[in-house]
Design a protein around this ligand. Structure first.
Ligand SMILES: [Zn+2]
Length: 658
């Protein structure tokens, strides 16, 4: 008899090997970190002598489950912002909060809590992507779990890197540090094609190839992403990443919700593993990934929980069930994605998707001992039928709950025994998590009450306070403008013609600020839109001062390009009300007495208004300078002989009624 460390016996062993071998009364023998034998309990009992024999009567002995895509430290952000669209959720809440709070200690704490939750759900391996991935790896190894740890690289300043170069360097060092660890597989994680540049994708792919480590990336999560990729790159997402060498690496592609059959072939051809995240896709209304089709084409598809801020838990059994159910509704075919295939996605196929199937994913001799034992002796899983050999899979997929997981072993070590966690002490960790949550709450509450800080949180940050001197005149025709431009002391520097759409967001009193989203559609000589520009301004309501002849001084606190659609700002700011003004504008940049002035001739389309409006304005950074400019504008008005009655005393939004 061969001596071994432990034998799990008398359970239904689901090996998840290539022929889906099941031992109804089976056993698994473990020596050190590996499985040495799998078979009928009586046979194993004859051949091996174990220091410890664990009776698993009435239980399933299965490969430890594999969570194919997650962001584990986000357990600390669970429930922070829900029921939002992906861009508002990510750019408006997650990233600003992360920039403020994510530090190595945060990451370590969140990871430890996630590991506890995942072990409880029978998970032994997962693929992660986050910042300070070194801390994720540390906490994961401490919990005794196996993980593909992806260090994030992106074009925005991240919590752990000011620039892309710094992020890439951090990633390289991270890989070198963990390359030979028994539990941690370091990986490169360019966040997504829309948060990276072509150059960054190339550099990340090269790094992954250099060290032969996986590359973890979000691909085609939303229809908008694909739309934008077509607009900007003239191609959908998969050809774009292929073009930049990404598919030369061993890729784990999360989501792939919006890819066509050609793209699936490309991914299959390059051995890309897919991570399907049903709850996250449902919750963010991203769509339904064509999983049935992917499986038919031979792609390896794993199942992921995604981060807990978009799920909001790490219960993989629930995810497997959802994956199976969604596939049926999606294809209008209840035979689609049967229980056994769904369970494979979370075990053997999941391991292939993560490129770790040489280590884990099935119970076969030689692989690491990564095992989950699930108790079927529960009310919600009785009685049991044996006629259909696959019924055991449906017991797990359709009836089991993560709380039925009884024992978990990873790399030959016990992580949970009889429902008791052995490597993570959650009591203290959860207290710390509550403290972090209170701090984040306070930060967001303060931000929500201050429009400027809300702007800065998402901003491209061109903060600059400036003043505007301006006068408005109501005209019957454009002859006044003709005279102004023909004036010998006025030099026209530039002329443009565009349609301007101003959307003003108004907030609750006592906030006296307005956010304006302004879109200019520039028109060419034929009246066609040749270029579009959008900007955000935060302006103080009303005037700072009024000079002679109704010349007003107003103040703006912030100006930046608007890089997201109007819809984003609408959902993000949740303004009390919104007003839109649309006009067709001819604008001349002119020099007068050594000063740059803007002369605008507007026709109001919305609200539809008779006549024309002349605006003369200038931007300034000091009040002294404002005074001089006001005097120059007053002089011009005098020369043009503008009737005092035509001068409009306006507050920002009362232009039309005046
Ligand atoms: Zn994700």
């Amino acid at each position: 008899m061969v001596p071994v460390d432990a034998i799990l016996t008398n359970g239904v062993v689901l090996t998840m090997d290539d022929s889906y071998t099941v031992f109804q009364d089976g056993a698994v023998a473990i020596q050190a970190d590996s499985i040495v034998a799998v078979g009928d309990a009586s046979q194993i009992d004859q051949d091996y002598q174990a220091a410890e024999v664990v009776d698993c009567t009435g239980m399933v002995i299965a490969p430890g489950l594999i969570n194919a895509h997650t962001h584990v430290p986000m357990t600390l952000l669970r429930g922070l912002a829900d029921d939002l669209r992906l861009d508002v959720w990510l750019m408006g809440y997650m990233m600003p909060t992360e920039r403020e709070f994510v530090k190595p200690e945060f990451v370590e704490l969140g990871t430890s809590i996630a590991c506890a939750e995942m072990i409880r759900s029978g998970i032994t391996s997962f693929a992660d992507m986050y910042y300070f991935e070194d801390s994720v790896a540390k906490a994961t190894a401490q919990a005794g779990m196996r993980a593909v740890c992806g260090q994030t690289v992106m074009k925005f300043p991240a919590p752990d890197a000011e620039s892309f170069e710094e992020g890439l360097e951090r990633c390289r060092n991270f890989i070198i540090r963990w390359l030979s660890h028994p539990l941690i597989i370091p990986a490169v994680a360019p966040h997504a094609p829309y948060t990276t540049t072509a150059e960054m994708l190339q550099a990340c792919a090269a790094l992954a190839v250099e060290f032969d480590v996986p590359l973890h990336i979000h691909i085609a999560e939303t229809a908008l992403e694909v739309h934008n990729s077509r607009e900007e790159n003239n191609m959908p997402v998969v050809p774009w990443v292929k073009k930049h060498g990404v598919l030369n690496a061993r890729v784990i592609a999360a989501h792939c919700v919006h890819i066509d059959e050609g793209e699936m072939h490309t991914l299959q051809h390059h051995g890309v593993g897919i991570a399907h995240n049903p709850t996250s896709n449902l919750k963010l209304a991203s769509g339904l990934a064509p999983v049935d089709k992917m499986l038919t084409l031979g792609l390896n598809v794993g199942i992921g929980t995604d981060g807990t801020a978009s799920n909001n838990d790490l219960d993989l059994i629930e995810e497997i069930r959802l994956a199976a159910l969604i596939a049926k509704v999606q294809t209008d075919d209840p035979t689609a994605l049967p229980a056994r295939a769904a369970f494979a996605m979370a075990t053997s196929m999941g391991a292939r998707a993560l490129h770790i199937d040489h280590l884990t994913g099935s119970l076969v001799p030689g692989k690491r001992a990564d095992i989950a034992v699930i108790d079927l002796n529960r009310i919600h899983n009785q009685p049991r039928f044996k006629r259909d050999p696959d019924a055991i899979y449906s017991s797990i997929i359709y009836a089991s709950k993560s709380t039925d997981v009884r024992h978990v072993i990873c790399n030959g070590s016990w992580l949970m025994r009889d429902g008791e966690l052995l490597t993570v002490d959650t009591g203290e960790l959860l207290k710390e998590a509550a403290l972090v949550a209170a701090e984040i709450d306070a930060f967001l509450i303060a931000r929500e009450n201050d429009v400027l800080s809300k702007l800065l949180a998402i901003g491209e940050l061109q903060r600059e306070e400036s003043f505007e001197v301006q006068v408005k005149v109501r005209l019957d025709d454009s002859s006044v403008v003709d005279r102004l431009l023909a004036h010998p002391e006025v030099t026209v520097v530039r002329h443009s013609h565009y349609r301007q759409y101003d959307t003003y967001f108004e907030f609750e009193p006592p906030d006296f600020e307005l956010v304006r989203y302004r879109e200019d559609d520039f028109l060419d000589g034929d009246g066609n839109v040749s270029n579009v520009r959008a900007r955000l301004t935060l302006t103080a309501r009303g005037k700072v001062r009024e000079f002679d002849r109704s010349i007003l001084l107003s103040r703006s606190r912030y100006i930046s390009p608007a890089t997201r659609p109007l819809r984003f700002y609408r959902e993000y700011f949740k303004a009390r009300s919104e007003q839109t003004i649309a006009k067709e504008r001819r604008r001349w940049h002119v020099d007068y007495q050594g000063m740059r002035l803007y002369v605008n001739l507007d026709h109001l389309n919305e609200p539809e208004t008779e006549g024309l409006f002349l605006e003369i304005k200038s931007r300034t950074w000091s009040l002294n300078d404002a005074e001089q400019k006001a005097a120059a504008i007053a002089e011009l008005l005098e020369m043009l002989n503008v009737e005092p009655a035509a001068l409009i005393k306006q507050e920002y939004l009362t232009l039309v009624e005046t």
